[in-house]
Ligand binder design. Structure first.
Ligand SMILES: [Zn+2]
Length: 66
């Protein structure tokens, strides 16, 4: 599993859009605008689409690999 992330246009930080999925499901997503996400980095709301998103699977900071 990975976390769908977008880059905040204000702070240039990656933020989690609140959706976790796997690589196959991510690739299968249609490239449409998703619901706005509340941004923890700048406090605003950002609309995003698949082309803006990345699937983050490497920064599992608090999840030990088992
Ligand atoms: Zn933001």
């Amino acid at each position: 599993m990975g976390a769908i992330m977008i880059r905040c246009p204000v702070t240039d930080e990656l933020i989690h859009v609140g959706i976790d999925t796997d690589q196959d499901s991510f690739q299968a997503l249609p490239n449409i605008m998703a619901a706005p996400v509340r941004c923890p980095a700048c406090g605003g709301e950002h609309v995003w689409s698949k082309k803006d998103a990345v699937l983050e699977t490497t920064m599992r900071i608090k999840t030990p690999r088992t």
